[in-house]
Structure formats: C-alpha cells, structure tokens
Ligand binder design. Structure first.
Ligand code: ASP
Length: 349
C-alpha cells in the first residue's frame, strides 16, 4: 500500500521544492593566463594587483554569462577575449614575437556535448583568434584551418583583418631580443658539432619563460554541457611556421561531457607528444578517476619527469574544478555556483 505522507510534510513540500530540495544545476568556470617562471619577487605589489584584477575580471565576466543562462561556449569565449585583449598575456595583444619580428597566433575550442571542435593556427591578422576558432567549429565543415587560408575563411565570415602591429608590445619585443641573444650564443658554442645540432642546442638553451604563455578557459553551463578553449601567441622567437599544442585538439584543448574539459598551457612540443588534454580525460573516462587525480598524474607524474613544463585547467559536468601545474606559478582563476571567486598566480596561492 502506498505510504501516506503526514499532512505537515505535504504542506511543507512546495516550500522545500523551491529551496533546499530543488538543487540548482551546477555551473562553473575556470581560466588560465599561462604557466611558467612566475615568482613573487618578480612582481611589484602594483603589478601583482593588476594581474589579479585582470584574471578576476575575466572569470567574473564568464561566470555572469553562465549565471544568466548563457552557454559554456559563450562564457569561455567572453572570458578568453578579455585575456586576449590584455597586454599582460601571451595571446592576442601581447602575443610574443616570432623570429622575423611578427606575431603568429593559434587557438582552439571544443564543445563537450557533441565533441565539435574548431581551431586556427598561424594566423597573423585576427584580433581574437578564439572567436575565429569558434567560427571554424560552427560555420565550416573542417576542424583546423591555418595561415592565409584561415584568414580567407575569416573574411567570408565578416571578420575584419587587423594589422599585425596591433599585437606589438614593448616588453615582448625586449624578450625577443633577449631570446635571440641567448640562442645565438648557444648556436655559436655548438657550431661545427657533428650533424646540424646548433639550432637544436640553441632551442634547448632557451629558458622556460620563452617557451610558455597562453590563455584558456573551461566552463560548465546550467544545461550540463562543458567546453574548453585555448588561445596563444606560442613560443618567443619561433620560426619555420612552428605550431604548438594550443590549436591541437587532444593536446592543448579537449572537451567531452562523458569525462572532462581541459585547456593546457606549457611547452607545446611535450603537450602534443603526450596528448595531454585527451590523456587526462581518458583517465577520467576509462579508469574512473577524478579530474584531480587524472590531472595530477599527467602533469606531475608523466610530464614533469621528462621536462614537460606547464599546467592545465580542468572541469567536469558536476562543476568540479582542478588547476594542476608543475611550474613556479600559473595565472589562474575560478568561480562556481557553490564556491567563491578564487584567483591565484603563485604556487602558494
Ligand atoms: N602551449 C603553448 C605553445 O607551446 C605555450 C603555452 O601554453 O605556454 O605554443
């Protein structure tokens, strides 16, 4: 026989349904502005405050979109645009310089509901590369477009091309000059060695700070869909059309509602070879690991011992967030409907 609820319970139920019992669908966002040699003594209090404010602005803008019922894709593109438009980070304005003193940018985006993805590589005249990656995903039949072709496609979508100079910043220019000087010294020291090892040696002589810097975001919307996006200027003094992991689906960006969404930052060559973003999600999917455990394993146990410096931001469909990195610091921030805004730069944050 059906059990009757006591009268007072029946009277109280509608009230509970609107509050405690009716759980709000989780929604959350995390962003990063790159990992690397980020140490507190390199920051004046003003500089640190300015970086923290920009990270906070980005995460809050993304969060507000989610709160108002926007999609994870809308939230993460808006959050990334703020970082791309800031000279502080290596993406969009503030992108590092290539060997020939211009800027070549890479970006990608992936949607967890249907594993749709879009990416652009080596674009030079796109103000917000993440937006073009999204157009590739939503308006083309392809996943990845590169160089002139990607810009040709941009024009068909009504995207204005901008001058490459728009991305210039003095601090990045100085950094290029330092990188060139270091590489030249290493090349000279190795000239005459067996085989053509001088470029390789020069590349290895460059400190981590020249090889990293990127922005990215992962988000979960109220409809249970996760997404990830990444945008970068790549590596300082890069040449030969070098492309990093950021536009490579599975390496720098991955999203699948069945496991997790990841945006990576770090030495791209390692992230490509170790398929980092997809590997983290595979551990969640096939080994039943939490995103925290899977992220820790790949960043600390797999990448760190082989010299793969960097970090990732991860989210799952429950709104859990994990932000592991094996460098001195990583610009990062997060916010969810159950946790307050968190902003971190250094390891100890
Ligand atoms: N992964 C980027 C690249 O290799 C750089 C970074 O994320 O720090 O191009």
């Amino acid at each position: 026989m059906k059990k009757m609820l006591p009268l007072f319970t029946c009277l109280l139920l509608p009230a509970f349904a609107n509050s405690t019992l009716a759980q709000e669908a989780p929604f959350a966002i995390a962003i990063h502005g790159g990992a690397g040699t980020i140490e507190k003594d390199r920051f004046s209090p003003e500089k640190e405050a300015a970086y923290r404010a920009k990270l906070q602005e980005s995460v809050e803008v993304g969060y507000a979109i989610l709160e108002q019922g926007g999609t994870s894709l809308d939230a993460l593109t808006a959050a990334i645009n703020i970082l791309e438009n800031s000279p502080f980070f290596n993406a969009g304005k503030g992108a590092v310089y290539t060997h020939d003193e211009s800027h070549e940018m890479d970006a990608s985006i992936m949607y967890g509901e249907n594993r749709q993805a879009g990416a652009v590589a080596g674009v030079k005249h796109i103000e917000n590369p993440i937006n073009l990656a999204r157009l590739v995903m939503e308006k083309s039949v392809h996943v990845m477009l590169s160089g002139d072709g990607a810009e040709e496609f941009a024009k068909t979508q009504g995207v204005n091309l901008v001058a490459n100079k728009l991305f210039d910043t003095e601090h990045r220019y100085k950094s290029l000059q330092r990188a060139k000087a270091k590489m030249k010294k290493a090349e000279e020291a190795n000239r005459g060695q067996k085989g053509n090892k001088d470029y390789q040696a020069a590349h290895f002589a460059l400190d981590t700070e020249y090889k990293v810097g990127t922005v990215g975001a992962v988000a979960l919307d109220k409809y249970g869909n996760i997404a990830a996006g990444t945008s970068t200027g790549g590596m300082t003094n890069k040449r030969y059309g070098r492309i990093g992991d950021s536009p490579v689906i599975g390496a720098g960006t991955f999203a699948d509602n069945a496991s997790c969404a990841v945006s990576a930052t770090g030495h791209g060559e390692y992230f490509i070879r170790y398929n980092v973003a997809a590997d983290i999600c595979a551990r969640v999917k096939y080994q039943g690991k939490s995103i925290e455990q899977a992220g820790k394993e790949v960043i600390h146990d797999v990448l760190f011992p082989i010299g793969g410096t960097g970090g990732v931001i991860i989210i799952d469909t429950q709104g859990n967030i994990s932000l592991p990195f094996n460098t001195k610091g990583m610009y990062r921030a997060s916010k969810s409907n159950t946790t307050a805004t968190y902003v971190g730069i250094f390891k100890e944050d």
